[in-house]
Design a protein around this ligand. Structure first.
Ligand SMILES: [Cu+2]
Length: 497
């Protein structure tokens, strides 16, 4: 039951889905304090509404918002939940939300007696610069898209009063431009305002090239930019991640599609006009895999299946594209459909569930190369090799500078931010990566003076992991490896937009 994985602001990980007994089972994973052990888990109450195959993303205050999903059938649900990690003595608990939008106003010419809360099965949730959450796509059983807004993106404001939290972008019905992409579209907030859709996880019309299209949505004005040739990718892609602001990579193929060879990889500057660019192909075919951006900015392709080879994770360095994908240590077992994978604050990757079994409760922890020293010792503890953040703020504001103290200030060459993961069905809907600029003041206590991101379009408000990194000693077989600190979780405060 590890289909939906969300890293909490506490550094713990919430997992939910149904198991063989409980329809909406939930538990919390607590990583081992030493960074090496397996950690522990504890159960939390069952989610109030169906949650299987929902979409989710973090609110600005670190709650987890869940939209739609299935209620034991593929017809989907209109319901939404929020998990609050602060209540229940710090163990966390659920808040049931109203259905999507029972009081919204339908556009002129529509029968006002029609249902207004279309279910969404496999929707994508995206936290925007405003702190509101965009809910896109998801399958619905209802028709008549002109009057049913199921095809239209909706915006949920977690900070508004109950009953007035939803707005519908009526001018942007998904059906007009992207009907085949019904399930888990890859949505990203762009630095200049619009939201980018870089394809999707599943497609209603197999073999239709429009499924590979990419679009930009003006969320404030409510319109889609028409698909144009330069934005058309050659393949659907099984997973995607924004690995730098506005730069998106996608690889592999969708699980229900046999298009492409399954190894393909492309990137796009989503605010540019050059369209998708070919990257070196992965070594292994993958569908149902994850693309995760690590604390050092590299992209890990992990999990998925087409053959036994998909047990081998592959690491890609966006700053050294020609090196291609490098094979990593083989996973003990396959993680395929209905798995979940997230980056932990200690720098490891947690991947669990899957294997075509929705009741799979097992998981594995993966330590990337940056967690090993030149003698191959695991350094994921306070070993003196890995830099430590000894003090950093709990919250930061856009454009502001803030002090980060460390035991190894003079060695630090990079400071990075990684948004907490929120992953399901081969897509992390919440994560993104930024490199932060910093200086080292020549006077006072040794420290890094770091500049926060410029605005919410660059980095939506909410919780991030802050890493400081130092280069490893030069080694022929380990170029471009940095030792990251453990992630310090901080809040990027919302700004009024
Ligand atoms: Cu599913």
């Amino acid at each position: 039951m590890m289909i939906h994985g969300n890293v909490l602001k506490t550094g713990r990980v919430l997992f939910v889905s149904k198991d063989e007994i409980i329809e909406n089972a939930a538990f919390v994973y607590v990583p081992a304090a030493d960074g090496k052990g397996a950690g522990t888990t504890y159960d939390v109450p069952e989610a109030p509404w169906p949650i299987f195959c929902s979409g989710h993303s973090q609110t600005t205050d670190g709650r987890i918002f869940f939209a739609g999903g299935g209620g034991g059938s593929e017809s989907g649900t209109t319901r939404c939940n929020i998990f609050d990690p602060d209540v229940n003595g710090g163990a966390g608990d659920w808040v049931a939300l109203s259905a999507f939008d029972s009081t919204m106003t339908l556009p002129g010419g529509c029968d006002d007696t029609q249902p207004r809360n279309d279910p969404r099965y496999y929707p994508t949730c995206t936290t925007l610069a405003s702190g509101k959450i965009l809910v896109t796509a998801g399958r619905t059983t209802l028709s008549n898209p002109d009057c049913h807004p199921a095809d239209a993106p909706r915006i949920f404001n977690p900070n508004a009063a109950l009953g007035s939290q939803w707005t519908v972008i009526f001018d942007a019905p998904f059906a007009d431009v992207a009907k085949p992409i019904q399930w888990y579209p890859f949505m990203f907030q762009l630095s200049n305002g619009p939201i980018f859709m870089g394809g999707g996880r599943y497609f209603g019309i197999s073999g239709d090239q429009i499924g590979a299209q990419s679009l930009r949505l003006d969320a404030s004005g409510g319109s889609w930019e028409s698909p144009s040739t330069p934005l058309l990718a050659d393949f659907y892609g099984g997973s995607a991640v924004m690995y730098r602001p506005d730069l998106v990579i996608k690889t592999g193929h969708a699980a229900n599609s046999d298009l492409g060879d399954g190894k393909q990889a492309q990137k796009i500057n989503a605010i540019g006009t050059d369209g998708w660019q070919e990257l070196p192909a992965m070594d292994y075919k993958r569908g149902d895999h994850y693309l995760l951006v690590l604390p050092d900015g590299k992209v890990l392709a992990v999990g998925g299946a087409d053959d036994e080879g998909a047990r081998v994770p592959e690491l890609f360095d966006p700053d050294n594209e020609s090196a291609g994908w490098v094979d990593m240590a083989t996973m003990p077992r396959q993680r395929v459909y209905h798995s979940s994978a997230v980056v932990l604050p200690d720098g490891r990757v947690l991947i669990g569930g899957g294997d075509s079994d929705t009741d799979d409760k097992s998981a594995h922890l993966y330590s990337p190369p940056y967690l090993f020293d030149e003698d191959d010792n695991n350094i994921n503890d306070v070993s003196g090799v890995r830099p430590q953040i000894t003090q950093a703020p709990a919250a930061i504001g856009y454009t502001k500078t803030f002090n980060v103290y460390s035991d190894q200030v003079s060695s630090i060459t990079r400071v990075t931010l990684v948004r907490l993961g929120s992953s399901t069905h081969s897509f992390d809907m919440n994560t993104r990566f930024l490199e932060l600029s910093f200086t080292v003041p020549s006077t006072g206590t040794p420290r890094l003076k770091v500049t926060a991101p410029a605005h919410g379009f660059m980095a939506p408000p909410g919780y991030y992991m802050l890493f400081i990194l130092k280069p490893t000693p030069a080694q022929d077989n380990r170029p471009n490896v940095w030792y990251p600190s453990r992630g310090h979780i901080l809040k990027l405060e919302m700004q009024l937009l």
